[in-house]
Every structure is written in structure tokens, then in C-alpha cells.
Design a binder for this molecule. Structure first.
Ligand code: FE2
Ligand code: FE2
Length: 474
């Protein structure tokens, strides 16, 4: 570790210890004093100052309690020479109130800090439901301080394997999308921060190991299609963006564009959105309005910024095709931006491979890729589509395949060598005679140079074989 990093870390620890003492002091002070008290006010100011000094690149500071430790940002702060009882008292108080973390953002105001302290104390004293505390904070207009509840015993990120962490990020982001979409119905402003946070976690997870998080996009939840689909489109858009070597800040925007691209569907009545039969022309128009509605909602509620406009445009343009087909008409006349191109391709792929009310059998990934590449190529940007095919590999994880010896297997990994990517790693499901196989994994690439390589002959529909692809991947 370089000398400056050691110095930075030491400073972080010192400020964090001061912050811990201040929080404990504030909780005590709000018990003693009513509102508009000087001592409470000055503690809130100092907490705010310290939080600003400790914030990460995205302008946030998270204080987390896990078991017997407090984390400030990503760093575990040891009690060390704090020489007081502030540390254990803060843990005890937050745990009693059911709070596992508090996140302050750069716009946080003193009154929000004070109100949070008062509500937390009341929650801890009355042992009331932590969820109610979250509601109260929202009702009273606290926007720049978020609490997370009830995960004190969850393992720390550093204790998880990359796969477990990716799984947690994926499931957590579905919860976040759901929350944000629901918030839209009641609020005039959307806080994009939570979405940004999970998007950056996805970017990091894809940096560590792109395969696993991408494979999770095959977990399709039919009941909660829109939320699931939004997260899938986000993950795959980031993955495609990485493949195109976009910068981290661009990946953040592309990930948000994926999350929000169908936000306008909230404006479409459920009966129309989930109608199993054929749509009337009027109903089709209502569904099609979701791109323009999405644009308006995002532009109006996400706050004006360069990022917001890009995200809103992706929502506006994601059904406008290159060959002039699609909608809305206004989007067809202008050249689409890169983000919209990425989201369009990924959106189509995820929609095709998902079960829907009007199509109970999803199209297998391989077939969906083939349809996009052969029949729909004119609708997309040709270069990006090629990049996408290349990214997804010939046989995406979880694809059910028949091998040259007639056995049936599920693709569980790609080949390390690009020129052998049509020889993936597979796990056997049925032997050549159709009997359940031992389930061992074979690297087909190892047979590529044999006289009779164990090649993939065709992709199969997993449903026909009663195969739950995710059982093999998770
Ligand atoms: Fe859409
Ligand atoms: Fe979509």
C-alpha cells in the first residue's frame, strides 16, 4: 500500500470514529432536548460535515452495522482506542431499532439527520416495526437519508463468493426497481440514487466475473415480469457496454437506461398490459404509448441532468427500429443514440426469452439469438448486433443442447478460447439412450481436435425435457 493510501485510510478511520461518537451523542441529545436545540443542531451539522468529507465518488456515505462491527463506507472501523462506550452503544441502538445501515447523500440536510435520530429513538424505545420508521421518514419528506432494515446478520460482502455476491446484487436490484417503480405512483420525484447504487454494484460484479451475473438474467419471473425484465435489461446492457469498452460512468448510464426503459408501462392499465388474447388497435396504441410516457416520467421526475436526458431518450427510442418499423413515430425520424441501440437489442432478446401471458413458452436463448441475427437484423445496428451475438456466445449458459453422441446436456460454462466457443462446457443430463446421466461436467473443447469431436448438434427446448436450467447454474 502506498504512503498516500495509508495516510488516506488513517484519516478515514479518524473521521469515522468521530462520526460514530457524534451519532451516539446525537441519539442521546434528542432524548434530552426538544427540537430547535443548539447542541442538537451543532451535532447534526458536524455529522453532515464529516459525512461530506467521507463520501464516495457517487456522493454517498453508508454506515453499516454487521454483527459486532461498524463499517463506514467500505471500511470496517474497529473500536480501537476510541476509549468510550460510544461504539457498542451505537451498535445496540441501531440493532434495537432494526436498522442495518444509514446512507447519507451529499444533499442531506441537518433537519433530516435530526428527524432520523428522533424517529430511530422512538422506534427503539417502543420496539415498533422498523418498516414503519422507513414509511415515516418518507412521509415526512426525508429524501437524502435512507435506512436499510433487518440485515444485521447477513454475511458481509467480503465473506461471500463472487457467485453468492452476484446473486445478492441481482435479487437486491429487483427489490430496488420495484420500490422505485412504486414510488413513482406516489411521488413527484424519483430518487435515482438507489438505482445508481445497484447499477454500480452490477458493474463491479460484471468486472469480477461477467458470466455468473449474466446467467442470472435467465431467472425469469413470470409474475413480476416488468421488474425482472428491467433488471435483466440493465445487466445485459452493462455487459454489452463493457464489451464495447465503454467507460465506467457510461456503464452507469447504460445500466440506468436498462432499469428505466419500461418505466412508462406503469401508465398502461394492467388489464391491457397483461391481456392474454389479441390486442385491439386501441389497446396496441395504449401499450405503445409506454415509450413516450417513460420519456416524460423520467425527464420530469429524475431531475434535469445530462444523464437523465440520455436515460429518458433510451426509454423513448427503445422500440424505434433501424428499418423504420416500430414506434413512436417521432423517434423514427431521428438517429438513435448508442444507449438506445444497446437497450433495444438487449430488450428484444430478454423479451423473447421470457414467458409472457400471451406466450407461455419462452423462446430458447439460442433460437432468440438466431431470430435476431437472421430475421430481425435490419431492425438493429448491425455492428452492435454482432457484438451482442459475440457477447452471448454461441451457446449462452443454461442452454439445453444435444451432443454428437445423442446425449442431452446443459451449457454450464464457455470455452476459454474464443475460437472454440462453439465447444462449451456442459453438464450431462441424459445419456445417449435417454436415461438420466451421472451429471458430470465435460469440457467439449477438450474433444475439439478428436477425430469425432463431441460437438453440439442442436439446441433444445429445456421444457420438453423437464429441465430447470437454473438448477445447473446456481
Ligand atoms: Fe418497452
Ligand atoms: Fe422492455
Amino acid at each position: 500500500m502506498s504512503a498516500t493510501r495509508i495516510e488516506d485510510e488513517r484519516r478515514h478511520v479518524d473521521l469515522s470514529r468521530e462520526l460514530i461518537s457524534l451519532w451516539t451523542g446525537l441519539f442521546k441529545a434528542v432524548r434530552l432536548y426538544e427540537q430547535a436545540n443548539d447542541s442538537v443542531e451543532s451535532q447534526c451539522s458536524r455529522i453532515r460535515e464529516l459525512a461530506l468529507a467521507l463520501m464516495n465518488d457517487s456522493g454517498e456515505l453508508e454506515l453499516t452495522v454487521r454483527r459486532d462491527s461498524i463499517f463506514v463506507g467500505r471500511l470496517r472501523i474497529k473500536q480501537g482506542a476510541m476509549g468510550s462506550t460510544a461504539y457498542p452503544r451505537l451498535i445496540a441502538l441501531l440493532c434495537t431499532a432494526g436498522i442495518s445501515s444509514v446512507i447519507l447523500d451529499e444533499d442531506v440536510e441537518n433537519w433530516e439527520i435530526e428527524l432520523f435520530a428522533r424517529i430511530s429513538i422512538a422506534t427503539a424505545d417502543a420496539r415498533s416495526e422498523p418498516a414503519e420508521m422507513k414509511n415515516q421518514l418518507e412521509r415526512r419528506g426525508v429524501q437524502h437519508l435512507t435506512v436499510q432494515i433487518g440485515q444485521m446478520d447477513e454475511p458481509l460482502a467480503e465473506e461471500l463468493t463472487a457467485d453468492q455476491l452476484a446473486r445478492r446484487i441481482y435479487l437486491n436490484s429487483i427489490g430496488v426497481v420495484k420500490g422505485v417503480f412504486q414510488e413513482l405512483k406516489t411521488s413527484n420525484r424519483l430518487s435515482a440514487r438507489r438505482v445508481k447504487r445497484v447499477v454500480m454494484e452490477m458493474v463491479d460484479s460484471l468486472d469480477r466475473d461477467p458470466g455468473f451475473l449474466m446467467s442470472l438474467t435467465r431467472l425469469k419471473n413470470y409474475d413480476e415480469y416488468t421488474f425482472n425484465h428491467s433488471v435483466n435489461v440493465s445487466v445485459l446492457s452493462i455487459a454489452l457496454g463493457r464489451h464495447l469498452q465503454l467507460q465506467r460512468n457510461e456503464l452507469s448510464i447504460v445500466g440506468q437506461a436498462g432499469m428505466f426503459h419500461d418505466l412508462g408501462k406503469l401508465c398502461v392499465p394492467k388489464e391491457v398490459l397483461n391481456k392474454p388474447g389479441r390486442l385491439t388497435p386501441e389497446e396496441r396504441l395504449i401499450i405503445q404509448s409506454h415509450s413516450a410516457e417513460g420519456f416524460v416520467e423520467i425527464a420530469a421526475k429524475l431531475g434535469a441532468s445530462h444523464e437523465t436526458i440520455e436515460v429518458a431518450l433510451a426509454a423513448f427510442e427503445h422500440h424505434a427500429n433501424h428499418d423504420g418499423s416500430g414506434y413512436p413515430r417521432a423517434a423514427l425520424t431521428r438517429e438513435k443514440g448508442l444507449l438506445s441501440e444497446i437497450v433495444s437489442i438487449v430488450d428484444r432478446y430478454d423479451a423473447m426469452t421470457s414467458a409472457r401471458v400471451y406466450r407461455s413458452n419462452p423462446i430458447p436463448p439460442q433460437k432468440a439469438l438466431a431470430i435476431m441475427y437472421h430475421s430481425q437484423a435490419a431492425q438493429f445496428d448491425a455492428t452492435l448486433l454482432r457484438y451482442f451475438m459475440n457477447l452471448m456466445g454461441y451457446y449462452p449458459l443454461g442452454t439445453t443442447v444435444r451432443l454428437a453422441d445423442n446425449s442431452v446436456a446443459v451449457v454450464v460454462g464457455g470455452s476459454a478460447e474464443p475460437e472454440l466457443r462453439h465447444f462449451p462446457k456442459v453438464q450431462l443430463v441424459l445419456d445417449p439412450d435417454g436415461r438420466p446421466a451421472s451429471g458430470h461436467t465435460i469440457d467439449l473443447a477438450a474433444t475439439a481436435k478428436d477425430d469425432e469431436p463431441l460437438a453440439v448438434m442442436e439446441t433444445l427446448d429445456a421444457l420438453d425435457y423437464g429441465i430447470e436450467a437454473m438448477d445447473y447454474i446456481l
